[in-house]
Each structure stands twice: as structure tokens, then as C-alpha cells.
Design a protein around this ligand. Structure first.
Ligand code: 3H9
Length: 706
């Protein structure tokens, strides 16, 4: 009974959950057995009138069912049984003859929340690490230990579906407002308040106030209202997932079935659906991404790396959109001093304002207190001089994308920075080695390629040159992680990883446009394939001029196969730079995207003709990307297929349910891809010629993943 220990004080048994040696508490088979045993012993104790469960881990209550365990499931029947076992355990908890109080501090997720929901009462701390939710959907499964039954019964179908279908976690304050948590307390008094609640419950009955309000009871409380709720939810799910993710629809069905046929039947359906989902290809892919992301969190980015230098002050040169984004994100995520520098004070002031906006947004969204807001804002300062750079351990330059300008900034920084400071360039197109050419301390120079907008985009590419010292790499990687980014270390080659494999994909979109495919048809096909936005919308978002420049860099480096068709030039000349200019392929009004602007076809000199079906659009775009991804991996641009896949998923939203381009390539099969590429090359030109990596893989029937 290693996971559960307890002490009894004045009739209340306080049980601590703490799996020895594990980073977080999870509900595994072994823990399940321990819990049955603990409940049996405590039931027999006549002196125990009520129980409190709290966690012995500092930041974690229970992180859910053990994901490693359900990955090992071999059959639908085993998976269904696993859900039934979980449900039986929580039935035991909910029908326990003595009241049980969950005292929640830290993550209370998935099966952890299902456990808490089976308890009679829930007290949670207002600590920011206290996250309460059901993230199962994000793993391609559904809450199957009664979560689809107990949550809607507690807070109403609408609110429950909102959490379950998005796989959302809420902070404790919101969970209390929703009615999931009964009491919200500071961590220091969690135990006392939970014990007091347990005592009250042991002395009398407790009725939870109803919260749903007039509209809520109208919608949740009668079959017709519920029908409406489910219809709407289904529509929303289909619009968001395009039918590519089966779990949200299954969860909807489990909730609906339970509310119309009762708890028992609902549980049965929940278990059946879990059985089907747990072994599905989509779930396996999403779980692989979960583990790959965790692995990357621990990966220093370079073999045998020395510990990262601690960064207490960041300096940023260039206070434009990127620079301000890096500055603001640093303050919000790392809470350290940031010094911003630009060529004149007006620009600096604009950058500081934009950085401050990110802190303000945290306050508006109630993520921080007013006090914390004041503290964080005070970390931001700036100047048109390099004052304050002497105290920085890391400087990131985000100035204009021109080699000469960047080299100049590097020289100026080296003159004022401490010799041990790291200089990072946030460039998307210029080789880091070129920037470092005339550096006094090339070993301290590295690339840190953030994506735009910095605050929202989860990926960071760290790019060492041949001369970069290992500690410079580990410092950049560790700092990126402090900003909450998933970091991949990539080779200093044109386009790095993300832009390199996006290049042929974007070019192919332009080829399709020029052969008369409508912009919205291209976008629609790729969104249906699983991308968050299509390539034409992406061009508008990135900026058509920026994309054109990136295309030129790739063409200069790789020649004909990366030559962009002459589509973008005409648009740039017309001032169509995308969303930022208020016009691109699409129309924009008051920041809102409208339809495609038909004028683009005249500019491109084509008549839309609808001649190419969606399947071919998808094939040409994705195969162009897969071909390049295999080639770049073979050249060592990324260290492993894992890094390549995570980079594509977090960098530009490659459909997660397909596992990333390299996993998808395995699924397509190198031999089939080879044959199709050859066919496309014959028909459309040598840009489709299979790369050597594809030829090798096809010949040896190799896979990127075992
Ligand atoms: C479920 O509950 C299904 C049920 O409805 C019904 C079934 C019948 N299992 O992220 P971190 C490990 S499905 C196994 O670095 P943080 C993680 O791999 C589950 N392992 O820390 C890592 O291991 P290592 C629904 C888990 O502080 C270590 O813990 N729950 C699990 O940044 C530390 O993790 C979820 O989806 C798990 N459930 O974040 C929650 N959780 O050190 C998934 C964590 O060896 N977990 N580990 O690399 C999380 O979101 C984050 O881990 C958490 C902590 C927020 C808890």
C-alpha cells in the first residue's frame, strides 16, 4: 500500500496519495489495488467517520489514468475492461459509506478529476498549478471512468460538454464558478478546510446548491432543450474536426446516452466507446505526440551538454513585432528583466507598449493579479542605446532581415556584452554561420528562430553553427523552454526545418493557383486534410512579401526544385501583402477575414476552371512536403524523425492525428510515395523527382519509425 498512507485525527482519516518515485500521481492497476485496500481498511475502522484525500506531490493531485498502461492495451476488449475497472473503482468511491472529500492542489486531470467527481465534496487551492479538467480528447480517447456521466450531472450538459469536447483544463476559480469545486482556498489552509468539510459531512447531510440558472435549466432540464444542446455541440465538433477526430463525437454520444438512459447504461456505453477509441490509429498518434513532447522537454538539445547558463536578464535588439513579442513573452513566462533596444526612442516606446499588452492580456484573462501585473510590467525597460546590456546573459536580435544589419548589431552587442553572454539571432532566412562570420566570440552565437506571433506559437528552432559551444546551445534550449516553447535543435541550413519543408508545399499551392484552381478550393482541401488553415490563408497571415523573400532564399540555396512560380510578385506589386496590409488573396475588413478577392485571378492572369479535384490538390501539396522532409532529415537538418514531426506539428499545424510528416510518410509507404512522385514528375516536372532518401527507403522498405 505504498501509494496511500493516512493518519486519523478526531474521527477524520486524512489519506495522502503519493506514488513513491513517480513524478506525478497516476491511477495505474497497482494504484487501483492499493486504493481498494486502503478503502477497505478505513471502512472497517470504527473511529473513522469521514475521509480526506490529498496529494503528497507538490504540484500534482492526480494526473489521470496511467497513459503508459493504456498504450500497452492489445485489444478492444481489454480496453473496455480497463474502463469498466476504472468505473467500478469510482463506484466504490461514490458509494462509500463514509463521506470522502477531495483536497485538490496541482493538476487534477482525466481520471484524477473523475476520482474527485466521485467524492462527496471538493476543495481546491487557488494556486496557478491547480488545473482541473478532462484532457482525454487530446489523447484521442474519452473520459471513461464515469467522467462523461458525473460531470454533466454535476454542472449541466452544456458546461460539461464545453470541457469534455475541447479537452480543456480550467483553473480552480473557474471550476468553482462552474460548480465542479465546492470551496476555493489558499494552499496553506487546504488540509484544515478539507478536514472541516469532512467533519461537517460526517455530521449531517449536504445539499449542493443548483447553479444552472434559468436558461441552463431550460436547456439541460428537459429532453427538448437537451436535444438542442447536443445538436449544436455536434455541429460545432464537426466544423472543428472535419470528422478527422472520432473522440469528441464518441464523448458526445456517451454523455447523451447516459442522460437519456440513466447512469448504468451511460457507463456501459462510455466503456464500449473507450474500447474502440483506445486502440484507434488516431489515439495512438496523439499519445505518441504526448510522449515525444515530454521527451523533448527533458532533452538538452545536444549530447553531453553542460548545464545551461542561468538567464536573469534578457536583452532584445529590434522592437518590432517579433522583438516586442519575445520581450513580452519573456516577462510573462519567465518573470525576468528585459531590456529592449532600437534605433530611436519612438520605436522603443512602441515595442514596450506591445510587450506590455501581453502582460495586460494576462490580467484581463485573470491569469495574474494586479500586484503580479505591476511587478511584471516593471521588468520591461528600453532605450535607443545599449545601456543595460552589460548585465544580460542572453541577447536576442530581431532586427531587419539583412545580413549587413545583423552583423553590425552583433558587433555592437559584442562590444557591450559580458564575454560569457550568448548572442542569439532570430532570423528565418539568413544562415547563422554567415551572421557569425566576423564575430569576436563565435562560440557564443546561435540562432533562435521564434514563430509569429511569439506569444502564441509553441515552437522554437535553436540553430547552432559549427563553432557554437555546447553550453550556448543548452542555454538557448533551456531559455526557450522557460518561455513555454517546445524546442528542436536544427542544422544551420537554409530555411532550417520548418520553412524548408514548407517551401515546396507553398510553391505547389502557387502552381495550383496558376493552373486555375480557386484559392478557396486549395484552402478547403488542406483544412479537410487536417491543417488549421490552408496554404493560401497562411500566405496572407505570414505576409506575401515575407513568403516571397523566404522563397527566394530557398531557391538560391536549392535551385530549380524550389523555384517559386511567378505568382507572388504580381500580388506584392499590387500592394497585396496579406492580412497586415488589409488585402491579400482574401479581403479583410476591420481585422476580419472575408472571402477571396476575385481580383487576384486577373493579377495572376488565370481563369479559375475547377479542373483539379481535391484529392489531387492534397496529394501534390503533401507529397511535395514529404519528399523534402525525407531529404532534409537525411541531411541531418533535424536530429530525428521525432524532432521533425514535432517541429511540423507545432511549427505550422501539420495534422496531429497524422502524427507528423515522417509518420505520415511511413503510413503512405515509401514505395508508394516513390511511385507517385515519379508519376507526378513525369507529368508536372522535375520538382517532384523523388529525393535520394525516398529512393533509399523505397528500395530497402525502411521506415522512419519502428
Ligand atoms: C485518463 O485519465 C483516462 C481516464 O478517463 C479513464 C481510463 C479508463 N500517465 O508533463 P510533465 C508523466 S487519460 C502517465 O513533464 P508537468 C510524464 O510523462 C489521462 N504518465 O510535468 C512525465 O514523465 P517523465 C488524462 C504521466 O509538471 C512526468 O509525468 N491525463 C501522466 O509539466 C511529468 O510530466 C492527462 O492527459 C499520465 N497520465 O505537467 C494528463 N501524466 O518525467 C497528462 C504525466 O518520465 N499530463 N505523466 O517524462 C499532463 O498534462 C502533465 O504531465 C501534467 C504535469 C500537467 C500533469
Amino acid at each position: 500500500m505504498a501509494t496511500f498512507t493516512w493518519e486519523v485525527n478526531d474521527g477524520i482519516g486524512v489519506v495522502t496519495i503519493d506514488t513513491p518515485g513517480a513524478p506525478v500521481n497516476v491511477i495505474s492497476r497497482a494504484v487501483t489495488e492499493d486504493l481498494y485496500e486502503a478503502l477497505a481498511v478505513l471502512e472497517r475502522e470504527p473511529g473513522v467517520k469521514a475521509l480526506v484525500f490529498l496529494s503528497g506531490k507538490p504540484d500534482n493531485f492526480i494526473a489521470g489514468a496511467d497513459i503508459e498502461e493504456f498504450v500497452r492495451l492489445k485489444s478492444t476488449a481489454d480496453a473496455e475492461q480497463m474502463a469498466r475497472d476504472g468505473q467500478a473503482l469510482l463506484d466504490r468511491v461514490s458509494s462509500y459509506p463514509k463521506p470522502i472529500v477531495a483536497a485538490i492542489n496541482g493538476a487534477c486531470l482525466g481520471g484524477g478529476l473523475e476520482f474527485a467527481l466521485a467524492c462527496r465534496y471538493r476543495v481546491a487551492t487557488d494556486h496557478p498549478k491547480t488545473q482541473i479538467g478532462l484532457p482525454e480528447i487530446q489523447l484521442g480517447i474519452l473520459p471513461a471512468a464515469g467522467g462523461c456521466q458525473r460531470l454533466p450531472r454535476l454542472i449541466g450538459a452544456r458546461a460539461a460538454l464545453d470541457i469534455i469536447l475541447a479537452g480543456k483544463s480550467e483553473r480552480a476559480g473557474k471550476a468553482q464558478r462552474l460548480g465542479i469545486v465546492d470551496e476555493l482556498v489558499p494552499p496553506a489552509i487546504l488540509r484544515d478546510i478539507a478536514v472541516a468539510a469532512a467533519r461537517r459531512l460526517s455530521q449531517g447531510s449536504f445539499r449542493r446548491p443548483r447553479r444552472s440558472g434559468f436558461l441552463g435549466s431550460l436547456l439541460d432540464g428537459n429532453p427538448l432543450g437537451r436535444l438542442l444542446v447536443f445538436r449544436l455541440a455536434r455541429k460545432q465538433v464537426l466544423a472543428q474536426t472535419r470528422g478527422n477526430y472520432p473522440a469528441p463525437l464518441a464523448a458526445l454520444e456517451a454523455v447523451r446516452h447516459g442522460l437519456s438512459h440513466g447512469m448504468r447504461e451511460g457507463l456501459k456505453r462510455e466503456a464500449q466507446l473507450f474500447g474502440q477509441l483506445a486502440l484507434s490509429d488516431v489515439s495512438r498518434k496523439l499519445v505518441q505526440i504526448f510522449f515525444a513532447t515530454r521527451e523533448l522537454k527533458k532533452d538538452p538539445g545536444i549530447a553531453g551538454a553542460p548545464p545551461a547558463a542561468e538567464v536573469q536578464r534578457l536583452a532584445v535588439v529590434g522592437s518590432g513585432f517579433m522583438g516586442a513579442g519575445i520581450a513580452g513573452t519573456t516577462v510573462v513566462q519567465a518573470g525576468i528583466d528585459v531590456r529592449l533596444k532600437d534605433s530611436d526612442v519612438a520605436r522603443v516606446a512602441k515595442g514596450l507598449n506591445a510587450a506590455r499588452d501581453l502582460v495586460n492580456e494576462r490580467l484581463t484573462r485573470r491569469r495574474i493579479t494586479k500586484f503580479e501585473h505591476t511587478r511584471l510590467v516593471a521588468f520591461l525597460s528600453g532605450s535607443d542605446q545599449y545601456t543595460g546590456f552589460g548585465g544580460a546573459q542572453l541577447v536576442v536580435e530581431a532586427v531587419f532581415e539583412e545580413l549587413g544589419v545583423k552583423q553590425q548589431v552583433l558587433r555592437e552587442c559584442e562590444a557591450v556584452l559580458p564575454a560569457t553572454a550568448v548572442f542569439a539571432s532570430n532570423t528565418s532566412t539568413i544562415p547563422i554561420g554567415r551572421i557569425a562570420e566576423r564575430a569576436a566570440r563565435p562560440e557564443r552565437i546561435v540562432g533562435m528562430h521564434f514563430f509569429s506571433p511569439v506569444a502564441r506559437m509553441p515552437l522554437l528552432e535553436v540553430i547552432p553553427t559549427a563553432a557554437t559551444a555546447p553550453q550556448t546551445v543548452s542555454t538557448a534550449v533551456a531559455f526557450g523552454r522557460r518561455l513555454g516553447k517546445t524546442v528542436i535543435v536544427v542544422k544551420d541550413a537554409p530555411g532550417f526545418w520548418v520553412n524548408r519543408i514548407l517551401g515546396p508545399y507553398m510553391n505547389e499551392a502557387a502552381h495550383l493557383l496558376l493552373s486555375g484552381v480557386r484559392a478557396e478550393e486549395i484552402d478547403r482541401a488542406m483544412v479537410q486534410f487536417g491543417f488549421p488553415v490552408g496554404p493560401i490563408t497562411l500566405l496572407d497571415e505570414v505576409g506575401i512579401d515575407v513568403a516571397q523573400h523566404a522563397g527566394e532564399v530557398l531557391e538560391a540555396a536549392f535551385g530549380e526544385r524550389m523555384t517559386p512560380p511567378p505568382a507572388l510578385g504580381a500580388l506584392v506589386k499590387d500592394g497585396r501583402l496579406g492580412r497586415k496590409a488589409g488585402k491579400g488573396f482574401y479581403r479583410y475588413a476591420n481585422g476580419k477575414k472575408g472571402g477571396v478577392d476575385a481580383a487576384i485571378y486577373a493579377l495572376l492572369g488565370v481563369q479559375p476552371n475547377g479542373a483539379i479535384p481535391a484529392a489531387e490538390i492534397v496529394q501534390r501539396l503533401t507529397y511535395a512536403m514529404l519528399n523534402e522532409a525525407a531529404r532534409a532529415l537525411a541531411e541531418g537538418v533535424v536530429r530525428s524523425p521525432r524532432d521533425g514531426d514535432i517541429g511540423a506539428i507545432y511549427g505550422f499545424g501539420f495534422p496531429p492525428f497524422r502524427g507528423g510528416p515522417l509518420r505520415y510518410l511511413d503510413d503512405v509507404g515509401a514505395d508508394r510515395l516513390f511511385a507517385e512522385l515519379q508519376r507526378l514528375a513525369e507529368r508536372l516536372g522535375p520538382r517532384f523527382a523523388p529525393s535520394e532518401a525516398i529512393v533509399d527507403h523505397a528500395r530497402s522498405r525502411a521506415r522512419f519509425y519502428p
